[in-house]
Design a protein around this ligand. Structure first.
Ligand code: HSE
Length: 295
């Protein structure tokens, strides 16, 4: 028997919700796994030629992690990865790989770990829970310590603009201070409350005000050439916009496709003015969590 696992992209933080909020988006990675005489790993689409096609591949690492946790051994597999999520973009590509590996191994080994255990294993590998929780559960997810809860979110449309900047999550986290001024913490608490209200209502004007942050974005901005003007250009259009996860992508929200295409243009132009090429995707929220199908 084999399995096909499909996992959505995710945008973490959404401005003020640093390490606490994740939103599933309509780009997906698909992993087909079936028993084979020896390991055979292929990667197509995003990350092809970049991601390893051997047992150091993160999907395989996640499968091995689950096998260890379940006290089982992992047989060699044929693993075909079809990726839509750009790698190193702030769209949860590593979270998707981790979730795909855990769910595929759980199904193939018939270990049937409970969802909370799968989330804990994913968080161990990923280091923070926001992306993996949204990838597993879909929709909008709040991670508040041990409380991981789906939250109401109106259907939203967004554009994600990915500048050609290499920025690892590790480097983007290393740029953060150990502590922040109380005034900045208060600012974020207020914006976070407003953000959850705006997301539930789908209130674009309120979203534009709510998607502001003083805990991580100011410290990461110098790492991404053109980011400051890209965000300013989106804000000048009246849009809600922020760094997606640890970056370097920007995510901006609008109600119509015409407006999203305009945002893609102004954000891309800001990166271009800083000498940075970019790619963009139109995406939507209201996306289900990871699925597993037997084949
Ligand atoms: N919350 C994490 C961070 C997400 O911003 O570092 C990384 O994708």
């Amino acid at each position: 028997m084999g399995v096909v696992v499909t996992v959505p992209a995710t945008s973490a933080n959404l401005g003020p919700g640093f390490d606490c909020l994740g939103l599933a988006l309509s780009l997906h990675n698909r992993v087909e796994a079936s028993p084979a005489p020896r390991w055979e790993i292929t990667v197509e689409g995003e990350g092809a030629g970049l991601l390893p096609e051997d047992e150091s591949n993160l999907v395989v690492q996640a499968m091995a992690h689950l096998a260890r946790a379940a006290g089982r051994s992992l047989p060699p597999l044929r693993l075909a990865q079809h990726n839509e999520i750009p790698v190193g973009s702030g769209l949860g590509s590593s979270a998707a790989a981790v979730v795909a590996g855990l769910l595929a191994a759980d199904a193939l080994l018939e270990s049937r770990l409970p969802p909370a255990r799968l989330l804990a294993l994913a968080t161990e590998l990923e280091g923070h829970a926001d992306n993996v929780a949204a990838a597993l559960m879909g929709g909008l997810v709040l991670v508040a310590g041990d409380d991981v809860v789906p939250l109401p979110c109106a259907p939203l449309q967004a554009v994600v603009v990915l500048p050609a900047v290499t920025l690892s999550t590790r480097a983007a986290r290393a740029a953060l201070p150990a502590s922040v001024p109380l005034a900045d913490a208060i600012f974020n608490v207020g914006k976070m409350g407003l953000l959850l209200h705006a997301l539930a209502q789908g209130n674009q004007a309120q979203l534009a005000s709510a998607m502001a942050d003083r805990l991580h974005q100011p410290y990461r901005t110098p790492l991404i050439p053109g980011l400051e003007s890209a965000l300013a250009a989106a804000h000048a259009e009246g849009a809600a916009a922020c760094l997606s996860g640890a970056g370097p992508s920007v995510i901006a929200f609008a109600a119509t496709e015409q407006k999203l295409r305009r945002l893609a243009g102004v954000i891309g132009a800001s990166f271009a003015a800083a000498g940075v090429a970019s790619r963009h995707w139109l995406v939507s929220s209201n996306v289900a969590g990871a699925t597993v199908q037997a084949t």
